[in-house]
Design a protein around this ligand. Structure first.
Ligand code: FO1
Length: 328
């Protein structure tokens, strides 16, 4: 199977664009997903971003939260509470099946990527969903006072601690998931056409993926245009703590700030119409800017943004090919 596009995604915002891309590309899409948020909870291996992407692509995601399953029931959590167990991280009854099966298969020696592929097949997902690695990587949030595992920061402490830094435990020794080679068309004439960084949190969700040794180089070697969609619109994060974290790390929350963070990696950057006035400053960083409607409130918004991203990538490729042909 030859993939046309690789998307990089974390949780909710990333999954929405991935769903729009999947609608257009079906099995020609591969999504490389952050696993730095993974953790062991109540004896189960939970992979929140992988599950958010899988549930969203399957059309099963809870529309109110973006994570978990639609129409969920909570009998398990009620019983956990009754028995004095930890209730700060909520696992729905049906969602529990995902974690239980995954945990069992991992304990039997299966790889996370294989388990994920089976889930996708069972849920009728045509796109390829890949965890960024089959190795253990854990995002650690530093606050100056203490260091917290990611879900402690995000869910238990509701992103309240001031972030002074982030690290990705295990990333330096982790191997990029084996399935990525086939997606990138390693050694194959005419590999993928675009790499799209979804509007996930650049510091929490995309940084762990880009921290994997060799990943940036492997992406650059494809020659495909790399574009990102800004998760900051009008100085605010669409969802989650991206704007708060930018401020805490000493950057004004803006599309320009995100572009600076990604500079050197991107060929193109999609910003919202609200931020059009920042286009020249972003272009000065050495990337092409496209202004679009980036807020995805409805399923058709997801498809429209996906279409915009694909057209943008095609235009970047055409511009590159054209200029290469100009005699010097
Ligand atoms: N997020 C919450 O804010 N509260 C929860 O109780 C919670 C439970 C949960 C269970 C399964 C799952 O796959 C995701 C869950 N999330 C929950 C979301 C998750 O913590 C974050 O969205 C991501 O890790 C950040 O991308």
């Amino acid at each position: 199977m030859k993939h046309r596009v690789l998307a990089l995604a974390g949780g909710v915002g990333g999954a929405k664009l991935a769903a729009g891309l999947a609608h257009l590309l079906e099995d020609k899409l591969a999504v490389l997903v952050n696993t730095g948020d993974d953790f062991e909870h109540l004896g189960l291996h939970v992979s929140p971003d992988l599950d958010t992407v899988v549930y969203t692509l399957a059309g099963l995601a809870n529309p109110a939260t973006g994570w978990g399953l639609a129409g969920e029931s909570w009998a398990f959590m009620e019983q956990v509470e009754k028995l004095g167990g930890e209730t700060w991280f909520r696992l729905g009854d049906r969602d529990l099946a995902t974690h239980a099966i995954r945990t069992d298969r991992l304990r039997r020696g299966e790889r996370l990527s294989a388990v994920t592929a089976q889930f996708c097949q069972k849920l009728g997902i045509a796109a390829t969903v890949l965890p960024m690695t089959d190795d253990r990587v854990r995002t650690v949030v530093h606050s100056g006072v203490d260091d917290m595992p990611f879900q402690d920061y995000f869910v238990r402490r509701k992103c309240a601690p001031e972030v002074t830094g982030l690290s990705f435990e295990g990333a330096d020794e982790a191997t990029i998931v084996a399935g990525l080679d086939a997606v990138l068309g390693a050694g194959v004439e005419g590999g993928i056409e675009a790499v799209i960084v979804c509007p996930s949190n650049p510091w929490l969700s995309i940084a762990p993926i880009l921290a994997l040794p060799g990943l940036r180089e492997r992406i650059a070697a494809t020659g495909a245009p790399v574009i990102a969609v800004s998760p900051i619109v009008g100085g605010k994060a669409i969802k989650g703590p991206a704007a708060k974290i930018m401020r805490e790390l000493g950057t004004k929350p803006s599309a320009l700030g995100v572009a600076r963070h990604y500079a050197g990696f991107l060929d193109g950057f999609v910003i919202d119409r609200l931020d059009a006035s920042q286009a020249d400053d972003i272009a000065a960083l050495g990337m092409t800017v496209r202004v679009a409607q980036t807020v995805m409130s409805t399923p058709s918004d997801r498809v429209a943004l996906a279409r915009e991203c694909l057209a943008f990538a095609a235009a970047l490729t055409a511009a590159k090919t054209g200029s290469d042909q100009v005699p010097r």
